[in-house]
Design a protein around this ligand. Structure first.
Ligand code: IPM
Ligand code: MG
Length: 352
């Protein structure tokens, strides 16, 4: 199989973790006899420095031409001024919108060898935690009308039926392959956009009679995730609720450095990135955890290229090094020995 992949290293630890992800991709290429053509393009703070924009036109063009995009992380203190006209985050938002990636798929699960890293009590986490947050990614308050008016400011949450339907379908179809549970999150007791969300999800649910759909208010969901995380399977959310709840879910696993994500539109092309940020405090030290980036490659192989065996080979390699006790600093317990970014990447490649 021949595929074209656009690679965006980004800022902070981005280049270090992407180097390991690319190493894993090359290992798969060789072992399974595929050809992956990589094109490196810039986005984020590094693009602002060079081109004065977070997402140069040619970066978006290359990404549109590619079969998949692999992204590290963007941002850092250098570009953090909230009043600045150009910010690294704009690159990310414009890339998601430009590629029409409306569905953000964020799995969060506790890896048994890392269960002790969860901040939740063992009695709560013992029933396991393995969910997928399906977050709407190109609408809602992130993209609604916003502005300043005298001494006030406003942002608008707006969703259409078709936007809600297409993201809900993604959640139902994923749930169908898992435990057949969807929790649809809203704030229907207050927000009109949430009432439309709930109405639409309930109507669509009739087409999936074998799936149990629960409507849950977002404040309650934030509480239930901590109280009884095992009750969830697929969690369907708007853009902003998913932003918040996916960070909460990541902490339950105890190891944000492990979590990968996929963003998809209608076709097979997808954008794959770790859910963690650019961690500028540890950038360049060779200690960042490359596993989320490597698992993002596994998601790419599975979701965009339908290469299940190859994706499994990466998952298994990751599980195997964890079972043998290899840890980067972020997932190591106080008494555990730590292994650097590059070595973790090499260990995983050796076991693919
Ligand atoms: C995320 C991030 C982004 C978001 C930021 C960096 C714009 O928090 O991917 O969750 O809010 O979507
Ligand atoms: Mg976020």
């Amino acid at each position: 199989m021949t595929k074209n992949i656009a690679v965006i290293e980004g800022d902070g630890i981005g280049p270090e973790i992407i180097a390991e992800a690319v190493k894993a991709l090359k290992k798969i290429e060789k072992k399974y006899n595929h050809t992956f053509n990589l094109t490196y393009v810039e986005m984020g703070g590094c693009a602002i420095d060079k081109y004065k924009t977070a997402l140069p036109d040619f970066t978006l063009e290359e990404c549109k031409k590619a079969d998949a995009v692999l992204l590290g992380s963007v941002g850092g203190p250098k570009w953090d001024d909230p009043t600045a006209k150009v910010r690294p985050e704009q690159g990310l938002l414009n890339l998601r919108a430009g590629l029409e990636c409306f569905a953000n798929i964020r799995p969060a699960k506790v890896y048994p060898p890392l269960a002790a890293a969860s901040p939740l009590k063992e009695s709560i986490i013992k029933d396991g935690f393995d969910i997928i947050v399906v977050r709407e990614l190109t609408g809602g308050i992130y993209f609604g009308e916003s502005g300043r008016d005298g001494d006030s400011a406003y942002d608008t949450e707006r969703y259409s039926v078709s936007e809600i339907e297409r993201i809900a379908k993604v959640a139902f179809e994923l749930a169908d392959k898992r435990n057949k549970l969807v929790h649809s999150i809203d704030k229907a007791n207050v927000l009109e956009s949430s009432r439309l969300w709930r109405e639409t999800v309930q109507r669509l649910a009739k087409e999936y009679p074998h799936i149990t759909v629960t409507n849950m208010l977002v404040d309650n969901a934030a509480m239930q995730l901590i109280r009884n995380p095992a009750q969830f399977d697929v969690v369907l959310t708007s853009n902003i609720f998913g932003d918040i709840l996916s960070d909460e879910a990541s902490q339950i696993t105890g190891s944000i450095g492990m979590l990968a994500s996929a963003s998809k539109g209608e076709g097979s092309r997808g954008l794959y990135e770790p859910i963690h940020g650019s961690a500028p405090d540890i950038a360049g030290k060779g200690i960042a955890n490359p596993i989320a980036a490597i698992l993002s490659v596994a998601m790419m192989l599975d979701i965009s290229f339908d290469l299940k065996e190859e994706a499994n080979a990466i998952d298994n390699a990751v599980n195997s090094i964890l079972a043998d006790g290899y840890r980067t600093a972020d997932i190591a317990a106080a008494n555990e020995k730590t292994t650097g970014t590059e070595q973790i990447g090499t260990l995983i490649c050796d076991r693919i």
